[in-house]
Design a protein around this ligand. Structure first.
Ligand code: AMP
Length: 552
């Protein structure tokens, strides 16, 4: 099939439907009109709980749009944010995109060098930052030739008094001077709305440029019952940050569905999340496994769950059996595993059990639940071998996972070349199996897979199995050279207490969970597993650290 938008078939008729563009501002307009009193609650970076409604948030978004125009921001300009999940960050999402400019969300966990690189690469004109990042801004975000102004996301009472920030204005001062009505332009739905750089585990970060059309279509997908199932019944707390792939689409899907939003600000540890969820009657939440491990510790300490919490979405890294069991069996919170990528806006698959699995015994259900999930409509998915030939959807054969669809990137910002295979698919860099029911299971990143005697060992599955051991708090598996098998797995762990289990003890435990020939060749203990800016294990660092490691 051609990669370009196809024309009409000879003799076919155009449908007679209106050609209204899919733009993001109407999502918020809809919420402001029909869910005007629905709340957006934030634990503010300044400290207190801040409460607003979609109607008020929309009025302030119009003030901001007027302010951006007054600052000289033009369509196509990039406006950067270095900010947590807050109502002000929501206003930026909509106002910047609404005037045809591009909201560039910067990950504050990037190194200073990477931050400077992406600000210069994106040629950001403005930078809006939360107080938490004042030092980073003073240090890394100065002297960029494109940057006109730096704006602190706060009011005048909290103006940062950092010597390197004497020129900053505050957000409230800025928008307070402007009218709360704005005449939004209408434009092509393929216009860029936001920009997010990949976490850059290899080389420099690459910019993914989302279009209005992609974000709106992706929001519909987020609201499906078989994905996040957002609705007016929900009070949603996105733990996943707005600086990482649009907080998995929640800031757009929330207004679309009329769900209330509870924004956690900067404190994402178990006790703070528990309190906010409890106080604000949060029904569902989205985050990476580390976040859910933190909340689990707090729930166990308190002996209960946050009172209204019904379901959590786990993605960004694999969810372990231990985590799923603890949430579902100990606390009655439904866990939905999910997978996606920065390049995919990010939703690709979400795990909900089809009825035929719901009737199965728990162990069989768990096999299905540990898969990353079922393909979401709108994403086409295939696995291929090294030559690009599609492989069987049998749930057994691993291959390179490739995707295509209207919310998937076709090239990177300013790259000038296609990011796709010659036949128009995006290669995710993940190795996975796909079954006939559409469930996809990641077995590895292509570069992390361990090739032992010509067969593949899944480092992800081994890590998850190891996490079930009571004395192991964190685990990472990498391949080490082996004279006979080419590569064998090395299990690198952080111990849960002072006692460190032996290789024999751990392997006896793992033997009940994974094939015998997968069992680690060796075990090593470290104080901490290195994590990248988006919380993923940095295996490249571990490979360097253990490059001279000898088993036995
Ligand atoms: P990012 O673009 O930073 O969101 O990273 C995307 C990558 O994270 C994917 O290509 C996967 O390698 C990994 N990933 C995301 N979700 C999962 C998951 N549920 N299980 C395993 N790996 C995941």
């Amino acid at each position: 099939m051609s990669r370009e938008t196809p024309g009409l078939l000879p003799g076919a008729l155009h449908g007679l439907m209106m050609d209204r563009p899919l733009l993001v501002v109407p999502l918020l307009q809809y919420a402001a009109q029909f869910h005007s009193d629905t709340e957006v609650v934030t634990r503010s970076v300044e400290g207190p709980i801040h409460r607003t409604t979609y109607a008020e948030l929309y009025r302030r978004t119009q003030r901001l749009a007027n302010a951006l125009i007054a600052l000289g921001i033009k369509p196509g300009d990039r406006v950067a944010t270095l900010a947590w999940n807050t109502w002000r960050h929501m206003e930026l999402y909509f106002a910047v995109a609404g005037i045809g400019a591009i909201c560039h969300t910067i990950n504050p966990r990037l190194s200073g060098e990477q931050m400077r690189y992406i600000i210069d690469h994106a040629e950001d004109r403005l930078l809006f930052f939360d107080l938490t990042f004042a030092d980073a801004v003073a240090e890394n975000c100065k002297g960029s030739p494109s940057l006109l102004h730096r704006i602190a996301l706060t009011d005048n009472a909290h103006r940062p008094n950092h010597p390197g920030l004497s020129d900053v204005v505050t957000y409230e001062e800025l928008i307070g001077q402007h009218s709360d009505t704005f005449d939004w332009p209408e434009f092509d739905e393929n216009t860029a709305a936001s920009l997010c750089y990949t976490s850059g585990t290899t080389g420099n970060p690459k910019g993914v440029l989302y279009s209005h059309r992609a974000l709106v279509l992706h929001s519909f997908a987020c609201c499906l019952t078989s994905t996040m199932g957002l609705s007016t019944d929900d009070r949603v707390l996105p733990v996943v940050p707005m600086f990482h792939v649009n907080a998995w689409g929640v800031p757009y899907a929330g207004p679309m569905s009329g769900a209330a939003l509870v924004m956690p600000g900067r404190d994402l540890d178990g006790p703070n999340l528990f309190r906010l969820m409890d106080d604000e009657a949060v029904t569902c939440s989205q985050g990476v496994p580390t976040v859910w491990m933190g909340l689990l510790t707090t729930m166990r300490e308190k002996g209960r769950k946050p009172k209204s919490l019904q379901r959590v979405l786990v993605g960004g890294a694999a969810a372990s059996e231990m985590l799923i069991d603890a949430y579902e069996l100990e606390f009655g919170i439904q866990v939905n595993h999910a997978w996606g990528m920065t390049e995919m806006s990010p939703l690709g698959v979400v795990n909900t059990l089809k009825p035929k699995f719901q009737k199965k015994p728990r162990a069989e259900q768990m096999r299905q639940k540990l898969k990353q999930g079922r393909v979401v409509y709108g994403v086409e998915m295939r696995i291929v071998d090294e030559a690009g030939t599609p492989l069987a959807r049998d749930g057994q054969t691993p291959g390179n996972l490739q995707v295509r669809g209207p919310w998937i990137a076709k090239s990177y910002f300013k790259a000038g070349t296609s990011a796709l295979t010659p036949d128009g698919w995006f290669d995710t860099g993940d190795i996975a199996t796909l079954d006939a029911d559409g469930y996809m299971h990641i077995t590895d990143r292509a570069k992390d897979v361990i090739k032992s005697g010509g067969e593949w060992i899944s480092s992800v599955d081994l890590e998850n199995a190891a996490l079930g051991h009571p004395q192991i708090a964190h685990a990472a598996v990498i391949g080490i050279p082996h004279p006979k098998w080419q590569e064998r797995p090395l299990l690198i762990c952080v111990a849960r207490g002072t006692a460190k289990p032996s290789l024999e003890e751990v392997n006896a435990f793992l033997a009940t969970k994974v094939p015998k020939w997968w069992l680690p060749e060796a075990i090593a203990f470290v104080d901490a597993i290195p994590l990248g800016a988006t919380g993923k294990i940095q295996k490249s660092k571990l490979r360097t650290q253990f490059k001279d490691f000898k088993a036995g």
